[in-house]
Write a protein that binds this ligand. Structure first.
Ligand code: PMP
Length: 413
């Protein structure tokens, strides 16, 4: 496959060779994988790191005196340091391993809620949040008699920051917003959101699930209190994720779940918990997941996230221009500052029908509400077709997708 983008010093063929699954055929057609927003494919470097762990080191971590256990512990903790460096967190103890973004948000809702939320308090979210960044807060508000406040989305799919500022009050206890919209790809001005919150000393949680694969994230520069992401969207395995929490929250929060690995001492009368992230990692954690995540981050950093962002930006603009030339296509969130995601509909065709016809031609896209039902209600649509790109995608694949879509449109007219 030829890469027709001229302006980037990026060898897409070389990186494609790192992803074995890209050679797969679907419905007798070469796979065109445009569902990266749901989960990204894994390079050999990640698969090999996990295999090496199972071939050579598998053992339970922390508390083992034998060599394998110490090796596994070292690699698990090295993975934490890799994440710390990747996010530029001030301290390695600010990195908590979780199952993914969903669990990270649940952890904060539980721990923050238990200590700081009471009746009448307010939590601010936005209309474009993924259900994973709505439900934990909704449950918390129901339990405590607190109130959810919602930042509205404008017609072109951006957060209305003027309205956001009006929502801020002495009752506001926390703001939880997405860094990048999973449906629209719109990149939110989180710096402005955080700056306004800081004036009132309100903590901010960022859902970074869709931002982390596409851009450099520096939590100190952002000055957010919490940053959440999932490994599987950044070329690492499923079942591993990260919660970055500023040290003061790690210290204040009580354990989310309790059990082995979280304690200093236990008697039937009283338990004393360890300090730091292990307090939140009860039970045997996802050791190979953490090792795979570190391998993925090392792999990405070798290519360079700025290089990746520039190339993906070219891909998304190339696809947007091609899509706009097709009759009846409506794009949602067609703004300048966006990650590698395009959501659209075709005339009155149901997104499922479009997605099914694309799949028959080997093109994998996602259809439906994308766990964004409130956003769908805001646009008054049942769902969209979403094409989401990764740096291993090519303009040739976009051409294949566009001609497959042209065929689908003809069939659906
Ligand atoms: N937030 C956003 C913005 C997402 O895109 C996703 C995944 N679609 C999630 C949260 C939930 O991530 P996970 O299922 O990996 O926990």
């Amino acid at each position: 496959m030829q890469n027709t983008l001229q302006h980037t010093a990026f060898n897409v063929e070389k990186v494609r060779a790192d992803f074995p699954i890209l050679k797969v055929h679907v419905n007798n057609k070469p796979l065109v994988y445009f569902d990266n927003g749901a989960t990204a494919q894994k390079p050999t470097q990640v698969i090999d790191a996990i295999a090496k762990y199972y071939y050579e080191e598998n053992s339970n971590i922390h508390r083992g005196v034998h060599t394998l256990s110490q090796k596994a512990t070292t690699h698990y903790e090295l993975a934490r340091t890799t994440v710390q460096k990747h996010l530029n967190a001030a301290d390695v103890n600010e990195i908590i391993f979780t199952r993914g973004t969903t669990e990270s948000i649940n952890l904060v809702a539980h721990c923050f809620g238990k200590l700081f939320i009471k009746a009448g308090d307010e939590i601010i979210l936005s209309e474009m949040e993924h259900h994973s960044n709505i439900l934990p807060w909704q449950v918390l508000c129901e339990e405590r008699g607190a109130v959810l406040k919602v930042i509205p989305v404008t017609e072109n799919g951006e957060l209305n920051l003027e309205e956001y500022k009006k929502l801020l009050s002495d009752k506001t206890k926390l703001i939880a917003v997405t860094h990048v919209s999973n449906t629209l790809g719109v990149v939110n001005d989180v710096k402005e959101i955080i700056a306004a919150a800081k004036q009132k000393n309100i903590p901010v949680l960022l859902d970074g699930a869709q931002a982390i694969p596409h851009m450099v994230v520096d939590v100190q520069e952002l000055d957010c209190d919490f940053y959440c992401f999932s490994g599987h969207k950044i070329y690492a395995p499923t079942g591993i994720g990260v919660l970055y929490a500023k040290a003061k929250w790690v210290e204040k929060f009580e354990p989310y779940q309790t059990g082995g690995g979280t304690i200093k001492t236990v008697t039937f009368e009283k338990t004393v918990y360890v300090d730091g992230p292990l307090k939140f990692e009860a039970g045997t954690p996802n050791i190979e997941g953490a090792i795979g995540l570190a391998a993925a981050l090392n792999y990405l950093n070798e290519i360079g996230l700025d290089t990746i962002a520039a190339y993906e930006n070219e891909l998304v603009h190339y696809a947007t221009e091609k899509l706009k030339q097709l009759p009846g296509v409506k794009i949602y969130g067609d703004v300048k500052d966006k990650a590698a995601v395009i959501s659209f509909n075709v005339n009155n065709a149901h997104p499922f029908d479009v997605g099914t016809l694309l799949d028959k031609q080997g093109v994998a896209v996602r259809t439906g509400h994308h766990c964004n039902q409130p956003l769908m209600q805001c646009f008054n649509i049942p769902g969209t077709v979403r094409a989401s790109f990764a740096f291993y995608n090519t303009t040739h694949e976009i051409d294949v997708f566009i001609s497959a879509l042209e065929k689908a449109i003809k069939m659906l007219l």
